[in-house]
Structure formats: C-alpha cells, structure tokens
Design a protein around this ligand. Structure first.
Ligand SMILES: [Zn+2]
Ligand SMILES: [Zn+2]
Length: 348
C-alpha cells in the first residue's frame, strides 16, 4: 500500500535559538548539528530578531534547508512566526501581534501554551495567558523544554533529567491536547512540535554541563512536513511550500527518540477520492479514515479528543462515523510513550 496522495515528507526542527538570542550556538554550528542529526529543514526562531537572515543567510547548506523565523516574546504569550513580513514588537497586545504578522504574510504558532515554569530551576511560566485571541495558525502541542521543566522537582532531578534528555518525553500534555481538540471543533488549528533548542550551559569549566546540546534536541521532538511537490532548489520557493503545508495542517509531530523513520501518512478516502491530513470537508456517510506506518505500530483513533478505536499494524482503516475532529496517535509498543501525533482531518 502506498500513500495515495503521493506527498513528499521532510523532517524539520522548529523552534530553535542561537546566540542571536539566548541559545549558545552560532547559526553555523547549529546548521552543522542539524545536518549530523539527519534533518532536512532547520527553522531558527530567535527571540524578537531575524539577524540570521543577514548572517549566515537563509538557504541550502548542502542538503539542509535553513530558514529564519522568530519567537516574538512578550512576558508570557510567546508567539512563533514563520515566513516574511516585518516583526511585530513583543510590547504590543497578543492580538495586535497576531494581526500584524498575518497581514505581513507570515504564519504564527502559539508557543508552549501550557508551559509550567519550574521553581527548582527558577524558570517562570511562559504559558499562553491571553486566550481571548484568534487568527493564529496553530499551537505548539509538544515542546521538549516545557516537558523537561514539568518533571524537575529537585536540583539532582534536574541534572538527571538533563543527562537523560528523552526521559520526560512520553506524550504531549493532556490539557494542551484537550485545548487543541476544542479549538479544532471551531476551525483548523495546526499542531506543531518544538525542540525549543538552546543548548543552555550551567556551571563553570571544568564542571560545565550543556543541557540539551543541539544534536540531542534535534533527535527529540520534530515536525514532519508533507508537500505536494519536492522542495524547490530556490529556498524562497521551498519556504512557501513549507508554509503552505503548515497552513493546510499537513504536518505531523514526531518524537524522533522513538523512531526516525519517514513514511507515516493519514488520509480520508471515499470511492476514488482522497483527502490529505489537515483537510476540512462536509460530512457524509461512506468516508474512511486510513493510515500508513513504515513499521508496525499501535494506533489510537481519536475523535473530538476521545479514543474511539485501537488498532495495530502498518495500515489501519476506520469509518468516519460522523462529524468531528479526527486524528491518530502512534506508539511503537502498547505501553510506550507516543511516537507520532497526526494533525486532524475535520469532518464538519
Ligand atoms: Zn518561548
Ligand atoms: Zn523558545
């Protein structure tokens, strides 16, 4: 069985900080680490600046496509932006930031909506507090650093968690997923995954410890993009292909620590008609939700936030029994943490 839509899949790290904000690597170093980790796309998002557009500049570095977005950073309500347009100021209210970026042609994602902060590590919460806004493209449904911060209750625990950087990555927060599913009932809201890579350093030489070196971050939470044609050799065209996939919800959130394979697909079909992940359509009987995995997995079929079926194997089919926000979760073993979160298909 092949993907009937014939999409092209790319492994990306979204949400990455360099020395142009509070990361510790230069863009050139980070590009080298992304290549070693086997990424296809690296999307840098420094706080409130896109200086990397000048140095070293967006484009292809070997096979790696390097793009420059930003994280607009008010005290809370961090907002990731991808694509062109003048950067809005973090001093504006969130709705003004969203509107300004949208008018400029870029696409915005609410970063770490339920970020907990951490008292032990003296990290304040950067959660999404201004929830009476609209016009953003999506949420970051799984953020590696927020997940790490959630499980630290002591200094020793924090160091241990940093030495075992994938230990906390079991699944996205239920409250964030519930929020995502609730928004999805109103309109398409794209879910993305964030490495939130900083390679932060603690202590001093010779006892300096790098928390989450870039290469480690790039082997954790990734976002896979699905495009209708191979990425163009012109980087600006390639960037608009990726923005289009993001806008349409043709992305999946992948925990690469549990598997780096390409080949996951989700679609809806009826007769000879096929709809890609992210599609919205008017419900009528006869549609089937179908999924494909490169390795045998355990599938949870989720409708409006509730698991309605469990399947296993490389292929599943399940009738779309009614209107709703339909998505799947993949695990490599029944009691494992999550490997992949699809974006939904919306039957209205
Ligand atoms: Zn942030
Ligand atoms: Zn960040």
């Amino acid at each position: 069985m092949l993907d009937p839509l014939g999409l092209y899949e790319y492994r990306a790290a979204l949400h990455v900080h360099s020395r142009y904000s509070d990361g510790t690597g230069t863009p050139a170093e980070i590009i080298a680490e992304a290549k070693r980790a086997g990424l296809d796309v690296l999307w840098l998002t420094d706080h409130d600046n896109r200086r990397a557009l000048q140095d070293p500049g967006a484009g292809y570095y070997g096979h790696l496509l390097f793009l420059v977005g930003a994280e607009i950073t008010p005290p809370t309500n961090h907002y990731l932006v991808f694509g062109p347009g003048q950067l809005a100021s973090g001093r504006e209210p969130l709705q003004s930031i969203i509107d300004a970026m949208r008018e400029g042609g870029s696409l915005g994602i609410i970063a770490h909506p339920d970020d907990p902060g951490n008292r032990t590590a003296r990290l304040p919460s950067y959660r999404w507090s201004d929830r009476n806004v609209d016009g953003f493209a999506g949420f970051e449904i799984w953020n590696h650093i927020s997940d790490w911060a959630r499980q630290i209750h002591s200094l020793v625990g924090g160091v241990w968690a940093a030495l075992k950087p994938f230990s906390g990555l079991r699944e996205a927060w239920p409250q964030t997923l519930a929020l995502w599913d609730a928004w999805g009932a109103r309109r398409r809201v794209v879910g993305t995954g964030g490495a939130d890579a900083h390679a932060a350093q603690v202590g001093r030489w010779p006892a300096r410890l790098t928390l989450f070196p870039y290469r480690v971050s790039f082997s954790g939470i990734r976002t896979h993009f699905y495009t209708t044609a191979p990425l163009d050799s012109d980087w600006q065209t390639a960037e608009s292909q990726l923005l289009d996939a993001l806008r349409q919800g043709r992305v999946a959130v992948v925990n690469a620590a549990r598997g780096k394979e390409l080949g996951f697909r989700l679609w809806a079909e009826k007769g000879g008609a096929y709809l890609a992940m992210g599609s919205e359509f008017a419900f009528e009987p006869g549609w089937t939700l179908s999924g494909l995995s490169p390795v045998p997995v355990y599938w949870d079929v989720v409708r409006n936030g509730a698991i309605v079926a469990r399947k296993n194997g490389t292929l599943f089919r399940h009738p779309i029994a009614g209107a709703g926000v339909w998505r799947v979760t993949l695990r490599r073993a029944p009691n494992n943490g999550v490997w992949v979160y699809s974006n939904p298909i919306y039957a209205r």
